[in-house]
Design a protein around this ligand. Structure first.
Ligand SMILES: Nc1ncnc2c1ncn2[C@@H]1O[C@H](COP(=O)(O)OP(=O)(O)OP(=O)(O)O)[C@@H](O)[C@H]1O
Ligand SMILES: [Mg+2]
Length: 249
């Protein structure tokens, strides 16, 4: 049985439909990439799982339970944690305080000690007393991941973790995330930086206009360069990063 199973899922923002009969299955301890162009529905898929999308319909099963009618909080309490695109660090609190708040807000799962987070993210220990607002983009991203991780998620959802980060920071993040996924956690990661996601993942889904376009193993995807051209408009090359400077939105 899959840990997470979406079947024929529709999602709506008001009257506007964003997902159309989406299917997705993730096994325990799997790392799955969710790929697709801007506006394809990647974030919406994650929000559909966490329950934060306006309206969702269809079959959503997590750990053998129908979660399609559950509240955001109830789903979170079952161990599903999202690292959102915009990171949402508390700017006027220190790194340590940001982590403690996440730890203390944890319900349904046993939080991990803050020291364990510092082992995974040594940089955060150095920055212990720094305010959220003074962190670089990469440091904020690390904190955002650590804040989800301290709640010992069973399913970790990473929404474009590399967005707006300089290539050298992306390398650091990649190292840390490799360690994270080697631990006992199931991960869905969305990325525009396809190479980053492929290196981390075992399987991928490509979404186009809110529907399934392709799914398969990373090997199959790599063997079929046409797929990336067709659905993501990137070649097989290394230069995955576009030249968008500041990365704020
Ligand atoms: N809050 C919202 N209200 C209305 N429409 C929305 C909202 N959020 C997203 N949409 C629409 O839903 C569709 C899917 O958007 P979504 O954010 O899921 O795409 P995405 O694949 O995550 O894109 P990106 O790569 O740019 O993050 C788009 O057409 C988008 O305009
Ligand atoms: Mg998105």
């Amino acid at each position: 049985m899959s840990l997470l199973e979406l079947e024929g899922v529709d999602a709506y923002y008001g009257a506007s439909q964003a997902l159309f009969g989406l299917d997705l299955a993730v096994e325990q301890n799997e790392v799955v990439a969710l790929l697709g162009r801007n506006g394809a529905g990647k974030t919406t898929t994650l929000r559909t799982i966490t329950g934060t999308v306006g309206r969702r319909e269809g079959h959503i099963e997590y750990d053998g339970e129908d979660i399609s009618g559950l509240s955001v909080e109830a789903i979170s309490n079952r161990g599903v944690k999202l690292v959102p695109e915009d990171r949402r660090i508390f700017p006027t609190l220190t790194v340590r305080e940001n982590l403690l708040i996440a730890r203390d807000a944890c319900k349904g799962t046993d939080p991990r000690p803050i020291e364990e987070m510092y082992e995974v993210f040594p940089k955060l220990e150095e920055l212990n007393q720094s305010l959220g607002q003074n962190l670089s983009g990469g440091e904020q991203q690390m904190l955002s991941v650590a804040r989800a991780l301290i709640q010992s998620p069973d399913l970790l959802l990473l929404d474009e973790p590399t967005e707006g980060l300089a290539p050298v920071i992306v390398e650091d993040l990649s190292e840390v995330l490799h360690e994270v996924v080697s631990q006992d956690v199931t991960v869905i990661i969305t990325e525009q930086n396809v190479e980053f996601a492929l290196e981390l993942s075992e399987r991928a889904y490509i979404i186009q206009k809110g529907s399934n376009a392709w799914e398969g193993s990373i090997e199959e995807l790599r063997a079929n360069e046409g797929l990336l051209d067709q659905y993501l408009s990137v070649g097989g090359g290394e230069e995955g990063t576009e030249g968008e400077a500041a990365g704020d939105d």
